[in-house]
Design a protein around this ligand. Structure first.
Ligand code: SAM
Length: 361
């Protein structure tokens, strides 16, 4: 579970922070709004309790952290008003791993709460540090669970790859790739299944009957786990690592022992896992595909600008893990090289994600 103690998005609000480099995650959130809206319309059409408890899992720190909460409470309040009912009070849990920059989130809360209170009534907000692959909340206490851009993070590097005695080696790579041996591919797939199954089991205890979850995360449309749709960006980063090995800045064994605890599942495998567990029914599912240059704030950019923005976005997300394994001194050369490699190529893939709306049986 070491990775879960280390993993955090780059905190604060500086130029390199996740807060300033999460445009693509903001777009995923916006694209999930129609499914979120539909789930909340249905949810708020039933009699609601006086106090509704919501959890946002993998909240991170940045503009997206409070965006989802604002939307969720606004949609519920609007629906209540349409039905001529008083809106409920809200208790909101913001969950992430303990190393998350909760301090930055908490600093924004007083202003946020004051503003939202005028719109959506009383909202009480708590931080809930811990892994969503384990229990975080008491039984039957959650009415609505939301999570965006988080469930593609695994609870750990698959054990077969991190075995100190006899590891399966993914030569020169940091994630799945066309050259990955079948044992590596299977290890990643199995780890995702284990994690997603734990996630569903834990939430099934915490969410009330008929309670809802809307989950959006990275996924793939193709059964092939090494398709470029999922792997191209990681291949570019792997190439940058290999160049640093060639320059003598990193030892080859150090690179071979680094693997990213990340996986983009095939949408059909997600459906199958939900069905297999049988704890939630799958109400709706949609695929979202964002363009290659979706990392840019501006509309049309040159490849070199996209490459720079992609380097900042990938660094804001991966820095804690990479730095902890390789040391701080490789970070600047690594991401400089990454941007050069991306800029020099012409390939483009869409960034694919899935949004699933689930109901507790
Ligand atoms: C890319 S950020 C997404 C943040 C935000 N939801 C958004 O849409 O921008 C992913 C977040 O998931 C968190 N995360 C990853 N694994 C987790 C786990 N097992 N339990 C709780 N949070 C986790 C990470 O720490 C990170 O803050």
């Amino acid at each position: 579970m070491e990775g879960q103690q280390i993993l955090h998005m780059k905190g604060g609000v500086g130029e390199e922070s996740y807060a300033k480099n999460s445009v693509i995650q903001t777009t995923y959130l916006s694209k999930s709004m129609s499914i979120l809206w539909q789930a909340l319309q249905d949810f708020a059409s039933f009699d609601l309790p006086e106090s509704v408890t919501i959890a946002d899992l993998g909240c991170s720190s940045g503009p997206n952290t409070l965006f989802a909460v604002t939307e969720i409470t606004s949609i519920i309040c609007k629906r209540c008003s349409e039905l001529g009912r008083l809106p409920p009070e809200f208790l909101v849990y913001l969950n992430d791993l303990p190393a998350n920059d909760f301090n930055t989130v908490f600093k924004f809360l007083p202003d946020f709460q004051q503003k939202i209170q005028q719109q959506n009534g009383h909202m009480y907000i708590c931080g809930a540090p811990g892994s969503f692959y384990g229990r975080i909340f008491p039984s039957k206490c959650l009415h609505f669970v939301h999570s965006s851009s988080s469930l593609h993070w695994l609870s750990r590097v698959p054990p077969e790859l991190s075995d100190k005695e006899n590891p399966v080696i993914n030569k020169g790579k940091i994630f799945l790739s066309k050259t990955s041996p079948p044992a590596v591919i299977n290890a990643y797939m199995t780890q995702f299944q284990r994690d997603f199954s734990s996630f569903l089991k834990c939430r099934s205890i915490e969410v009330i009957s008929e309670g809802r979850m809307v989950l959006s995360f990275r996924a793939r449309r193709t059964p092939d786990p090494t398709a470029e749709e999922s792997c191209l960006v990681w291949d570019y980063l792997g190439e940058a690592f290999q160049d640093l090995v060639a320059q003598g800045l990193i030892k080859e064994e150090k690179l071979d022992s680094y693997n990213t605890p990340y996986y983009e599942p095939y949408v059909e495998d997600i459906k199958a896992e939900i069905q297999k567990e049988g704890l939630f029914s799958l109400d709706r599912m949609e695929i979202t595909a964002l363009p290659w240059d979706g990392v840019n704030v501006e509309n049309k950019c040159e490849r070199a600008t996209t490459a720079k923005n992609m380097a900042k976005a990938v660094r804001a997300v991966n820095e804690s893990l990479i730095q902890s394994h390789f040391g701080v001194e490789i970070m600047d050369p690594l991401f400089k090289r990454f941007a050069e490699i991306v800029a020099a190529d012409t390939k483009e893939v869409e960034h694919v994600g899935v949004v699933a709306s689930l109901i507790r049986k």
